[in-house]
Design a protein around this ligand. Sequence first.
Ligand SMILES: Nc1nc2c(c(=O)[nH]1)N[C@H]1C(S)=C(S)[C@@H](COP(=O)(O)OP(=O)(O)OC[C@H]3O[C@@H](n4cnc5c(=O)[nH]c(N)nc54)[C@H](O)[C@@H]3O)O[C@H]1N2
Ligand SMILES: Nc1nc2c(c(=O)[nH]1)N[C@H]1C(S)=C(S)[C@@H](COP(=O)(O)OP(=O)(O)OC[C@H]3O[C@@H](n4cnc5c(=O)[nH]c(N)nc54)[C@H](O)[C@@H]3O)O[C@H]1N2
Ligand SMILES: [Mo]
Length: 761
Amino acid sequence: MSKKFIATHWGTYVQKGKGNNLKINYWTKDKNPTKFGLDFLNAAQDNLRITQPYIRKGWLEKNKTKRGQDKFIPVSWEMALSIASDELLKVKKKYGNKSIYAGSYGWASAGRFHHAKSQLNRFFNLFGGFSFSTQSYSYAAAQTLLPHIIGKDIYGLLDDHTSWNALSKNTELIVMFGGMPLKNSQVSAGGVGTHTTKEGLKKCIKNRVKFINISPLKTDAPSFVSAKQIFIRPNTDTALMLSLAYLLIINNTYDKKFISKYTFGFDEFKKYVLGNNKNEPCTPRWASKITGISEKGISDLYKIIIRKKTLISMSWSLQRASHGEQPLWMGITLASMLGHIGSASGGFGFGYSAVNSTGDSFNKIKWPSLPQSKNKVTSFIPVARITDMLNNPGGKFIYNGKKRKYPNIKLIYWAGGNPFHHHQDLNKLVKAWQKPETIIVNEIWWNAQARHADIIFPTCTSLEKNDIMLNPRDPTIIASRKVIKNFGQSKSDFEIFSSLSKKLGFGKKFTKGYNEKQWLNSLWNEARAEGKKNKINLPSFKSFWNKGFFKIPTLNKNNIMFEDFINDPIGNKLNTSSGKIEIVSKVIKSFKLKDCKKHPYWFEPYEWIGNKKRFNLHLISNQPEFKLHGQLDNAFLSKLNKIKNREPLIINPIDAKKRKLKNNDLVEVYNQRGRMLAGIRISNKVMEGVVVVSTGSWFSPYKKEKIEAHGNPNVLTGDIPTSSFSQAPTSNTTLVEVKKISEDYKNLKTLIYDFSHLELN
Ligand SMILES: Nc1nc2c(c(=O)[nH]1)N[C@H]1C(S)=C(S)[C@@H](COP(=O)(O)OP(=O)(O)OC[C@H]3O[C@@H](n4cnc5c(=O)[nH]c(N)nc54)[C@H](O)[C@@H]3O)O[C@H]1N2
Ligand SMILES: Nc1nc2c(c(=O)[nH]1)N[C@H]1C(S)=C(S)[C@@H](COP(=O)(O)OP(=O)(O)OC[C@H]3O[C@@H](n4cnc5c(=O)[nH]c(N)nc54)[C@H](O)[C@@H]3O)O[C@H]1N2
Ligand SMILES: [Mo]
């Protein structure tokens, strides 16, 4: 019998055994499988699964004040569907489709057909439209900036990354701003066939490429690359890069030919760097005060980047911060000054290890997805302005140079994401979340997202669905099989929207009369046609389904970023207003913004160690090693990693000593926005003045005391945009203070939700 595969964002697994002996195991073709996925099966069957539809008691009683703190009443599917469809119709009639927010951001699950957001979009487009969201929390600032300065969108840029093969042979030095944390390459949105990033990095090491890690956390560089560590104050990378530009200018060591042939606006930028605009010149002394790196450290770095063929690598995290556009813009400017862009001997990278497969060589194909139809509503928000939108119906905002208005939202529908995981300043969100009349959510588990809904439709995991993993950024296609029965009464998003659309009179339009298998067949046939265009022969659906996977052949040619443009800057000019890389952007200049100017610029973050008052530690909330965001927080490895059931807070020994903290102490972490509990882990791998709490713990506040119990850092982060240019999230700009708490916390009895998912059995 052929193997049954299960595709997830964190990797591909195979079914082992059956019935009570069912397990999921690693796929032997994946040499670097993700450990935390092994417990998916248990988490999918734990007592936190939502087993049937529920309606919030207070909502039924027309009392809207207790969203998130209320009791839920179990109801039948028939009743839940009737109530939800009546409500949808009522809101549509009374306020129009624009008042429905289905921006529903989030990762959901990996399959192409059951992709929750696509299902939701199709449903609402056929229902007359919805207010939507643009951008991603991952790289929103980059998404807005990149088209202006390099004429490519983020996906075009990621696909164009110079391959590991080429890099490893030609580059001598990789300078990593924000590191290349291997733990992050465990995942990829849409699924991972086999994990390859480690192999890419190993190739570099084999060819003696050197690495420098510029980051507040040493473990951002995998230990086997033996990177030289330079600790930098968070959010100050732009200043460091500007001082390197200063040294390149005053020593006349930048690549003038590259600058004049391929870039626009250098002379204006140069004036700023040299301090000719009534500003302080960007000297190493100036940057040293900002970054905390010694002047000698900066000049040593300068000496090595001019001596070696260098790649400037930037993590996505750099731009998830106040004025997050600047480090990316400046990194591209610095790489231009070094002159290796367009060759394999350097250039720049953005997110090489943020997810799996960046830098791999395979045919990237525009695979089909669920047809979504057209949205008749045009109102949207930059994704992380959700709280602002709810607080300011009709309010004005600027985005990418245009004036816009927030819609007045009366109903929210979310499927496949968790704002109570992902959004900043959760206490503020909880309040704003009370405003709409109705909130409908499809969720798997009783996490905070479900707890803050009015109508909950229980949905199922990838283990309970058949699907195809067709990730354009991964060379493996997987037949993802249903291996367990639907848990309780849970249904797929497709079934939920099929039933709702039937009630609303457009069932046939939504399903096209197809069931799950027929949709998969139809998607596969489209994929075969698309494959053919690219000279790739996909087998018949039946043969693919039986075998379980298909591997897209590796390309012989190794990609080099911007190679075409460098070879022929006129014929292949960039899609920017000058046709070149824009160190100065006339378009951005024309927006006349105070917080994003015509060229890369040092702005002080809204809070940072350089200007601390009450809270002395910079909090980095990075991606968790043992889960995907809030997904699988209830699984074994995530629980094992916790300290007294709380997310660990990594702190430098000096900062720990000042606060009399020992390993495994329970602490309160607090600032002007919120309070949470965490467990202490002391390590000299984090720099003094910085603490790290990974994201993903399920938000569960004690009601009266308003303390987040599990360590979700988003009660501390600010709901403040990068700038009025890109309106992107800034979770990495946060100051906090930490104090030991006594055992009193045990008396905090007003916890809103059940705690049991965190207890290790
Ligand atoms: N402080 C801080 N905050 C951050 C970040 C940070 O660095 N620091 N990073 C940000 C980033 S980059 C991101 S991408 C976001 C991630 O934020 P999210 O993508 O919202 O986080 P997830 O926990 O993956 O949420 C997915 C939800 O969908 C549910 N789900 C899974 N499969 C399905 C399905 O098939 N159907 C339905 N209906 N539901 C399903 C899961 O149970 C889960 O609750 O977080 C952001 N938040
Ligand atoms: N296991 C796992 N992997 C994941 C995810 C997950 O949830 N779990 N999430 C995925 C998602 S959605 C995304 S978007 C990517 C995110 O990929 P990234 O944004 O690159 O990842 P982070 O872990 O947030 O940050 C990486 C490191 O950047 C450093 N850093 C933060 N701020 C600064 C700064 O101002 N300057 C410098 N120099 N360094 C800084 C921190 O030390 C941090 O550990 O990861 C993906 N990978
Ligand atoms: Mo992300």
